[in-house]
Write a protein that binds this ligand. Sequence first.
Ligand code: ZN
Ligand code: FE
Length: 254
Amino acid sequence: MAALQIELVPCLRDNYAYLVHDGDAGLTAIVDPSEPEPVRQALAKRGWRLTHILNTHHHFDHTGGNIPLKEASGAKVVGPEKDRERIPGIDEGVIEGQVWMFGTRRVPVLEIPAHTRAHIAFVFDDAVFTGDTLFAMGCGRLFEGTPAMMWSSLSKLMALPDATRVYCGHEYTQNNGKFALSIEPGNAVLKARMKDVDAARAANKPTIPSTIGLEKATNPFLRPNSSEIRKTLGMQNASDVEVFGEMRKRKDNF
Ligand code: ZN
Ligand code: FE
């Protein structure tokens, strides 16, 4: 099976939508279209015809392009079955355990709630689209879930192979990295990554994609067992969920 082409489409202020193109099958999906215009332009530039609109969750900055893009292209809207009523124009709801098909390609769906109660991820070969659950060096706010729910969602993503590329919903990396360094300043991999991130942002370049392996090494929200983080927080004997919850609370006020 031929490799997929994945193209970043910057939207709004700091959102990323992503085009996923299978040239052999003539299929093109857009993941989380915040708004229609940048997606239209990206499609026109490459001469691709939109066939699918995929949503990780219902927030407007991930679904705002659904209706206009669907009306213009006839693309099929696919999103979390458990949030059908909040996904504009939804045609097909998907749940974990059911493998969604992109042509003849199997695309597993993971249910990763907590940012919203029905948030999902799509796994295309060695790429995962994590929406607002897992960010580069960060994680989403807990709008509709608990720390335990988010820790379980992140743990599902951590179980993917280390080489899996991570495509998330926002360019929040630099600010996330500053928080990460504030609680784990001795992490050498994190310090090296921040140099790359600062250079990329200074050149106005995206910091995406990341990988699961790099996130496990540098993202504090995947590292509640780090002894340095536990020491910073004064939580040497707490559970992973408790440490995770404390980090999330501190990040909300960072
Ligand atoms: Zn969101
Ligand atoms: Fe968002």
